[in-house]
Design a protein around this ligand. Structure first.
Ligand SMILES: *Cc1c(COP(=O)(O)O)cnc(C)c1O
Length: 380
């Protein structure tokens, strides 16, 4: 129940990769037939990924994952447009793969505005509009948040960016393959994908870059991927990503309904049976598989470990180090007090979860929360 961290690969994905490792193992840049075969599967895979997001084939570039795609978008667009301006807009709840490159650029003379979010974890469009300046050269707003699952008004934000001629990027790592994420519906110029979040292999990803977007490479070398991302393509990984994309696209409508129902039932049971518990994030504008719960006077990390001991993998928004608990920047951004952020538990359901799993999880969460509260020094 920690599918926002990573996902297991389907047998079909492993099989497709195996064929690639053993048969189409060539270097896609080689001109002999082994190389040309690798080039063919590489381009077929590109078409597959493009189809999932409604892109043109030559607007998809393969990378080593979500982190690299995010770095390419932020640094590549900023560096290319630095003579036009040095102002970047992003949000307070982005993944570190966006926030850290922004921080790096700040140390190199750029200015970054981090938009706040509401209590429910959504960016206000008015805030974006008033943050835009004459020297704004990039806006990056994630499609859905990895901790609290909130879905951001990306299409609206993209329209505003386009009207003002500002390149617009979205980190869609948590949405591609899970909910519709079409680059034209979303009005984006750049979009990041990670394979291992959609039941593909780790260490591979992609970035969509709309034609005519001004960007420069952050990696120099042999000029692969239209000169934007040098380095011999990870063809087996890319083939795995493409197979995962195909499976995700086929099952998405059914899986969205199934996961939403399971998620809502789990939430209802926990909120009925555990007192002083609540849901972090927006009740509706959230990923079908994401449930982020808050419990007063329960240490999230302890709860997570209790669940782990009973065979349930979940995640928490707080990390405890030598009695000082660090709340996540996302839970802080939605305005939780430290004692509220302490007791957070993130459940992210996936393909391999069943209703029996969620029923058992509800039971274990209730028991563990009671045990932990009984020993809490804050509970009187
Ligand atoms: C996981 C994740 C990333 C990083 O992707 P990797 O492929 O693991 O580098 C970036 N953004 C979001 C929202 C994520 O959830």
């Amino acid at each position: 129940m920690d599918h926002a961290s990573t996902t297991p690969m389907a047998d079909e994905v492993v099989e497709a990769m195996h064929t690639c490792f053993t048969q189409t193992y060539g270097n896609a840049s080689s001109l002999h037939s082994i190389g040309r075969e690798a080039k063919t599967v590489l381009e077929e895979s590109r078409a597959r990924v493009a189809e999932l997001i409604g892109a043109e084939v030559d607007e998809v570039y393969f990378t080593s994952g979500g982190t690299e795609s995010d770095n390419m978008a932020v640094k590549g667009v900023a560096m290319r447009n630095r003579d036009r301006g040095r102002h970047i807009i992003t949000t307070a709840i982005e993944h570190p793969a966006i926030l850290e490159p922004c921080r790096y650029l700040e140390s190199r003379g750029f200015e970054v505005t981090c938009l706040p979010v509401t209590r429910e974890g959504i960016v206000r469009i008015e805030d974006l509009e008033s943050a835009i300046r004459k020297d704004t050269i990039l806006i990056s707003m994630m499609h859905a948040n990895n901790e609290i699952g909130t879905i951001q008004p990306v299409a609206e934000a993209g329209k505003i960016a386009r009207d003002r001629d500002i390149p617009f990027h979205t980190d869609a790592v948590q949405t591609v393959g899970k909910i519709p994420a079409d680059v034209n519906d979303l009005n984006v110029d750049l979009l990041s994908i990670s394979s291992h979040k959609l039941y593909g292999p780790k260490g591979v990803g992609a970035i969509y870059i709309r034609k005519s977007t001004e960007i420069e490479p952050i990696t120099q070398g042999g000029g692969h991927e239209q000169g934007l991302r040098s380095g011999t393509e990870n063809v087996p990984g890319i083939v795995g990503l493409a197979k995962a994309a195909e499976l995700a696209q086929a099952e998405m409508p059914k899986e969205m309904v199934r996961l939403t129902a399971m998620r809502d039932r789990l939430a209802k049971t926990v909120l009925e049976e555990v007192e002083d518990a609540w849901i972090n994030g927006h009740p509706m504008k959230r990923l079908p598989n994401n449930l982020n719960l808050g419990f007063l006077h329960v240490e999230g990390e302890a709860l997570m470990l209790h669940l782990d001991a009973r065979g349930i993998a979940a995640s928490t928004g707080s990390a405890c180090s030598s009695r000082k608990t660090m709340a996540s920047h996302v839970l802080t951004a939605i305005g939780l007090k430290p004692e509220e952020a302490h007791g957070s538990l993130r459940i992210t359901l996936g393909r391999d979860n069943t209703t029996e799993d969620t029923e058992r999880a509800a039971e274990v969460i209730r028991e563990s929360a009671e045990k932990l509260r009984a020993i809490s020094p804050f509970r009187r």
